[in-house]
Design a protein around this ligand. Structure first.
Ligand code: ADP
Length: 181
């Protein structure tokens, strides 16, 4: 992985990761505050791209059908009354795609020491109601898994961040295809 020339610090575990500011981050005018959290933690914004709309092909690649089971399990753990895990996971996945496609989003390429784990820590847990204070979702989030399920929609939690190295590579290539990874 090529390191930008201006990163003069000696980094033992330099990584690059992908972050997506979801439509609620833009609607609520939280873009600056969210990006500031990453910069304050010593991470670098290496690329940024505004999408006025995400097309369904891109969103299906970003959130593939194979995610459905994990989504179903997470929902089942949060709300015990979910019986058909697979079917519920698919429902959450469709709601999630609709949510991210409803308005403009911003894609970020972020680099730095242990960037993948650091970004996930800054972002916080999926459910804003349970996310730790001091994290983006914990401080700015106003939704919850329970409320969104009751209202038949995806949980709005402002940001997506890659979960591991493989995901980061795949997502960076998907959202910044002009760069070679
Ligand atoms: P994370 O974004 O924290 O990595 P997941 O990959 O499990 O979480 O889920 C992707 C996104 O789907 C979440 O950020 C959230 O917007 C939405 N989501 C996940 N689980 C649920 C659920 N049970 N009900 C509603 N929305 C959900």
């Amino acid at each position: 992985m090529k390191r930008p020339w201006y990163l003069s610090r000696c980094l033992e575990m330099y990584e690059e990761t992908f972050v997506l500011l979801k439509p609620d981050a833009l609607e609520r005018r939280l873009v600056g505050k969210i990006i500031q959290r990453f910069e304050e933690s010593g991470l670098d914004i290496l690329d940024i791209r505004y999408f006025s709309r995400v097309d369904s092909n891109l969103i299906r690649k970003h959130y593939p059908d194979s995610m459905a089971r994990d989504l179903g399990v997470k929902a089942h753990n949060a709300m015990k009354n979910i019986l058909d895990i697979e079917a519920h996971g698919m429902l959450v996945l469709e709601r999630l795609r609709r949510y991210v496609m409803r308005g403009p989003v911003i894609a970020l390429k972020i680099g730095g020491e242990d960037a993948i784990r650091t970004v996930r820590r800054i972002v916080g847990y999926t459910d804003p109601l349970l996310a730790e204070k001091g994290t983006i979702r914990g401080d700015f989030g106003i939704d919850s898994l329970k409320k969104s399920t009751e209202e038949g929609r995806a949980c709005e939690n402002l940001v997506h961040a890659s979960g591991n190295e493989e995901e980061a590579k795949r997502e960076l290539a998907l959202w910044f295809p002009e760069n070679s990874y």
